[in-house]
Design a protein around this ligand. Structure first.
Ligand SMILES: [Zn+2]
Length: 361
């Protein structure tokens, strides 16, 4: 394992989007960011574990979104846990050896939202692994403001999934689920996390729908009261949900799939005046019955992006420390960085829920 503390070492291993085509390139001799010298207020982090996200899969598959967004030549990845290796000038809150995770959205300029408590939707921001070098490499540079100290009793693999857990916590908290019935449409990594979080936050009844039997089974184990197979009868599902909610429908919809039929079914199941929090990202503009699902229903619709900086981080740390979110079964695979291709294949085949890569020791 190379160490930047020896002055001779200036290279590291990294997964690079090196050409405008599917896949990623393993570079065993990538230059360390800024030569391993963090600038003022920055820290150099040695990455220990990194999670593969759905976003990384878009970059891997080089879909339309990735083609329009990802600069060729960057190191990808944004979910990580690691150790502080070196401090830039003026860093006072951390020391070498501290275990950390970090918020990948780096605000780069003052604007309305970044100055009024909504940094997560700031207009000017760079995301690690998307706009600038990310964490699928031995080393990562980050401003100290974005670094989150990892509690001693939170293991690295959990630190490496704080990013998606933050999406789940943020969605559940924005919607407000206490003593309310909830439908989660789509139980991939974040949907499954949302089931745990909604349970912890006091949801009265949790329904989920997905098209993968394994995930439905896991959702039941994590606290879903009813898990519906989306390939089955929609009418049956709606009948069951309405029978359990005085004929009204659910109070809250947490949309985690981005899939048109699931969005439609989710709004169908929502009661009049209910709240829909939308996190799933449709891959293209979708057909949606606005008058039926939102206007005549008097529904509240919330777009959810990222996680609050840093209110969500405090909430998820508390939930993890209190043992309220069950992540063991969600992190299904841990593989070495060099096996990244297998990691992406496991995600594409649906065999994996969350894949975490071991980067360095
Ligand atoms: Zn992610």
């Amino acid at each position: 394992m190379s160490s930047p503390t020896s002055s001779a070492t200036k290279t590291m291993r990294g997964l690079v989007k090196s050409e405008p085509a599917p896949g990623l390139t393993y570079d065993p001799a990538r230059q360390l960011p800024r030569g391993g010298q963090p600038g003022p207020g920055e820290v150099l982090i040695r990455v220990r574990k990194a999670g593969i996200c759905g976003t990384d899969r878009h970059i891997w598959e080089w879909d339309e979104w990735a083609q329009g967004r990802i600069p060729i030549g960057i190191v990808t990845g944004h979910e990580f846990a690691g150790v502080i290796e070196r401090l830039g000038p003026g860093v006072s809150h951390f020391k070498p050896g501290d275990r950390v995770s970090g918020e990948g959205h780096i605000v780069t300029g003052p604007d309305y939202n970044s100055r009024t408590g909504n940094e997560h939707i700031a207009r000017e921001m760079e995301v690690i692994g998307i706009d600038r070098d990310g964490c699928f490499a031995d080393y990562l540079l980050m401003p100290q403001e974005n670094v989150w100290p990892l509690h001693d009793s939170i293991p690295d693999e959990v630190g490496a999934v704080m990013d998606p857990l933050g999406n789940a916590v943020h969605t559940v908290m924005e919607a407000g689920v206490s003593a309310r019935s909830v439908l989660v449409t789509g139980v991939g990594t974040i949907g499954l996390m949302a089931v745990s979080v909604a349970r912890a936050a006091g949801a009265s009844r949790i329904f989920v729908v997905d098209i993968d039997e394994k995930r439905l089974e896991l959702a039941r184990r994590l606290g879903a009261d009813e898990a519906f197979d989306g390939r089955g009868s929609r009418e049956e599902m709606l009948k069951t949900i309405r029978a359990a909610t005085r004929g009204e429908g659910v109070d809250v919809l947490l949309e985690m799939s981005g899939a048109e039929p699931a969005i439609d079914a989710g709004f169908e199941a929502l009661r009049n005046g209910g709240t829909a929090a939308l996190l799933g990202v449709p891959s293209k503009p979708t057909e949606f019955n606005l008058s039926k699902h939102v206007i005549f229903k008097g529904a509240k619709v919330l777009g959810i992006y990222g996680r609050r900086m840093f209110e969500t981080w405090y909430q998820m740390e508390d939930l993890v420390l209190a043992g309220k979110v069950e992540l063991d079964e969600i992190i299904t695979h841990e593989i070495p960085l060099e096996d990244f291709a297998r990691g992406f294949e496991l995600m594409q085949s649906g065999d994996a829920i969350k894949v975490v890569m071991q980067v360095s020791d």
